[in-house]
Design a protein around this ligand. Structure first.
Ligand code: SF4
Length: 205
C-alpha cells in the first residue's frame, strides 16, 4: 500500500512508522501543521520532523509555509462554538492531507494524530473518513495510542526535540498560564461535586 502519513511532529511519528513498517507498509511522511506557533517553535518542529525522517530513512514531503495569520483568522471565528478551534484544526490538517494524498496518487492516508493520547481521537477519525470520501482516497485507520510509551522511548533514543505543548499559541497559554490552570481545576471540582450530588439524589429518591 502506498500510504501518506501526515506527521504532526517528529516524536509522534516514531511509533506509527515502526508499527506500519512491521505491517509491511512503507509510509511517506507529510508535514503540514499551520497550527504550530510561534515561528521558532514551528521551525523547530519542522526541522525535527525532517531529522526524524532522515534518521529512519523515510521519504517525506513538507509544506514550509508558516501560516500564523490564516490560522488565527480561522481559530478566532471557530471559537464561537464549543470545541470549535480544535475541530477546525483537525479539519484543516486532515483535509489537506487527504487532498495531497489524492493529488500525488497515494492509495491511502493516515496521521500521527492517531498516536496522541491527548487529541480527540473519535472526532479526528470521523473527520478523516469524511475527507477520504470527498477526495476519493482511502483513510487507513489505526489506533496507535497503545504504543504511546514506546514512541516516547524511541524519540529519546533518537534524541529528538520534544515539545511541551500541543501547538497553537492558545495551547501554549493553556500550558503555562497559572490563572487558566486554576480556573480549570475549579471547574473540574464543580463538575465532580455536581456529579456526586446527582448520584446522591439518585440513591435517595
Ligand atoms: S490545542 Fe492543539 S488541536 Fe487544538 S487548535 Fe491548538 S494546536 Fe490545534
Amino acid at each position: 500500500m502506498n500510504l501518506l502519513l501526515h506527521m504532526c511532529c517528529g516524536p509522534c511519528s516514531c511509533y506509527p512508522v515502526k508499527k506500519l513498517r512491521q505491517e509491511g507498509i512503507e509510509p511517506v511522511g507529510y508535514f503540514f501543521n499551520p497550527n504550530i506557533h510561534p515561528y521558532k517553535e514551528w521551525d523547530m518542529r519542522l526541522k525535527t520532523a525532517r531529522e526524524f525522517a532522515a534518521k529512519v530513512d523515510m521519504k517525506m514531503y513538507d509544506d514550509d509555509n508558516y501560516r500564523l495569520r490564516d490560522f488565527l483568522r480561522r481559530a478566532l471565528a471557530a471559537e464561537a462554538v464549543e470545541n470549535g478551534r480544535c475541530r477546525m484544526c483537525y479539519t484543516w490538517r486532515l483535509e489537506e492531507t487527504a487532498r495531497f494524498a489524492a493529488e500525488q496518487g497515494f492509495d491511502a492516508f493516515t496521521s500521527t494524530l492517531f498516536y496522541s493520547i491527548y487529541q480527540q481521537h473519535e472526532l479526528m477519525k470521523e473527520t478523516a473518513e469524511h475527507f477520504a470520501k470527498l477526495y476519493g482516497v482511502e483513510f487507513y485507520y489505526e489506533d496507535f495510542r497503545p504504543g504511546w510509551q514506546e514512541g516516547i522511548d524511541i524519540s529519546q533514543e533518537l534524541e529528538l526535540y520534544r515539545q511541551p505543548y500541543c501547538g497553537c499559541i492558545f495551547s501554549e497559554e493553556e500550558r503555562y498560564s497559572r490563572a487558566i490552570r486554576k480556573a480549570r481545576k475549579k471547574a473540574n471540582k464543580a463538575k465532580k461535586r455536581a456529579r456526586l450530588e446527582a448520584e446522591q439524589m439518585g440513591i435517595n429518591s
